[in-house]
Design a protein around this ligand. Structure first.
Ligand code: KMH
Ligand code: ZN
Length: 273
């Protein structure tokens, strides 16, 4: 089996220090969390940023500061800014980090409910616009899919030449409004992917490590981090993103799955710059 690519989603836009005091807000905290994840074995940092008071922002200036601080402590890590941002942000606001030409950025492939009255909006025209702007800068998108219809959307846009190969998917399961995080649903999603695509799974909340274990066994890749889950185990808040990555590494080692370095991850995903 290929080596395991671990993505650490260190911050997110929804979790707060009230939920877990280790959730990073400041530039220094974001660099600290990225380093803890990288030292534990993460090849990719999926990045949201915050103002010092914790408010999510997509400001290019704030992303630049955070990305520079991350590069100082993890020079070869792949940084993957979010273009999803937080629910309610405008398209222009969400797209700001791509102006920094990161190697990767997320491309959310459909709209879904996000709990309560929240709706995470990604219409077809938005997806086309985001994709064109991402590819125009030579950035590789990670195709975030929260249900099967979003895979179908990505495949339709691939047929039209808007989404290009190589395709790398992040299957996000367990969002309140998306598909549930069950073995059946993960297998269904993976079997719906096109030949040659790579995939990672992000299990939300208590589904984080069960989904990681399935992906390790199935030959997929894994995303863990505070954005998805702040607990190391039931009732035990993780002290760092590094602890979450280290747990994924331990599970992988039990099944003889080796961990990919950032450069090995670049080869596995077909990242060419
Ligand atoms: N914060 C969510 C509304 C992404 O990073 O592209 C969207 C999200 C997806 O986290
Ligand atoms: Zn995200």
């Amino acid at each position: 089996m290929e080596k395991l690519v671990i993505t650490a989603c260190i911050c997110g836009a929804e979790v707060t220090k009230e939920i877990n005091p280790a959730v990073p807000y400041t530039v220094d905290e974001i660099a600290r969390e990225a380093k803890s994840a990288y030292d534990a074995g993460a090849a990719i940092i999926h990045l949201h940023v915050r103002d010092d008071d914790g408010k999510p922002t997509q400001s290019a200036d704030r992303y630049r500061l955070c990305m520079d601080a991350i590069k100082k402590v993890c020079p070869d890590v792949i940084i993957q800014p979010s273009t999803g941002g937080a629910v309610g942000m405008s398209n222009d606001e969400r797209l700001q980090p791509i102006t920094l030409n990161p190697e990767m950025a997320t491309l959310d492939c459909g709209t879904c409910n996000f709990g309560g009255d929240d709706v995470f909006v990604n219409t077809e025209n938005m997806i086309i616009d985001f994709a064109q702007k991402i590819y125009a800068r030579g950035i590789m998108p990670e195709l975030e899919v929260f249900d099967k219809g979003m895979i179908d959307m990505a495949l339709r846009l691939h047929k039209k030449g808007i989404i290009k190969t190589p395709m790398h998917f992040d299957i996000v399961l367990g969002v309140n409004g998306g598909m549930s995080a069950s073995a059946r649903d993960l297998v269904f999603m993976v079997e719906s992917l096109p030949q040659g695509a790579t995939w990672t799974v992000a299990g939300i909340g208590r589904a984080a490590f069960p989904m990681a274990a399935f992906a390790i066994l199935m030959g997929g890749h894994v995303r863990v981090g505070f954005e998805d889950n702040v607990y190391l185990e039931k009732g035990v808040p993780a002290k760092s993103n590094g602890e979450l990555v280290a747990k994924a590494v331990r599970i992988a080692k039990e099944f003889a799955r080796e961990i990919a370095s950032p450069d090995e991850a670049r080869k596995i995903l077909g990242l060419t710059r």
